[in-house]
Design a protein. Structure first.
Length: 215
């Protein structure tokens, strides 16, 4: 897992090289001007969707939410997808209920977008538009590279929808060049307390303050 964390900067650069795809998808989102953006995924992809709510709310000013897959797929709720956009996130692109959700949303009139590491997967075929995450093979259980690229892709699409794609991309390149990700040699434990470098500043871990109860 630590080895794959060390591959994150290179994986991010592969995503940033897909400017044409990013511009096309963000332009499609801008033309749709969705009343609501529905984000769906499982596990780390669902967690990344939480970030997407903020990115889409702060940059283009759209209402975004982590939608319920169960309501549509398992309970058969009649959801009005007209005027909305769906962004489905999946490392493998093969999660059955995510694929089914996108299939139904597209049939219901939603603009459907897949963010996946496997563009030729079932999810890639079900969605109208596909952005390959280009994270590379994930061997660890936690999909570290895919997770980072999902966050970056959401920020890039949100920025691109308001003509700020290159600004956001340039900011990510600066972060990648200044950031340092080093994996510990196998067999060594990471220290419980240490120092983390963030944008050139040293941030020391500090013990939590004690909380006194009563008078």
């Amino acid at each position: 897992m630590l080895g794959e964390i060390g591959e994150q900067p290179v994986a991010l650069l592969r995503l940033l090289e897909q400017r044409a795809e990013l511009e096309a998808i963000s332009s499609a989102l801008a033309r749709r001007a969705p009343a609501v953006v529905r984000l769906v995924g499982h596990g780390t992809s669902d967690n990344a969707a939480s970030y997407g709510i903020y990115a889409l709310g702060l940059l283009p000013g759209w209402t975004a939410l982590r939608d319920s897959i169960s309501l549509t797929v398992y309970y058969g709720a009649s959801i009005d997808f007209g005027g909305s956009a769906v962004i489905a996130l999946s490392q493998s692109g093969r999660t059955p209920d995510v694929v089914e959700y996108v299939t139904r949303a597209r049939a219901g009139g939603a603009l459907t977008i897949a963010l996946t590491n496997e563009p030729e997967s079932e999810l890639g075929r079900a969605a109208e538009l596909v952005l390959p995450l280009a994270a590379g093979p994930e061997l660890a259980v936690a999909a570290t590279k895919t997770y980072l690229n999902e966050l970056a892709a959401l920020a890039l699409l949100a920025g691109g929808a308001v003509g700020r794609l290159h600004e956001v991309a340039d900011g990510l390149v600066v972060w990648r060049r200044s950031g340092r990700i080093a994996a510990e040699p196998r067999g060594r434990r990471l220290p419980r307390r240490g120092r983390v470098r963030v944008r050139g500043a040293d941030v020391r871990d500090r013990p939590r303050p004690r909380v006194r109860h009563g008078p």
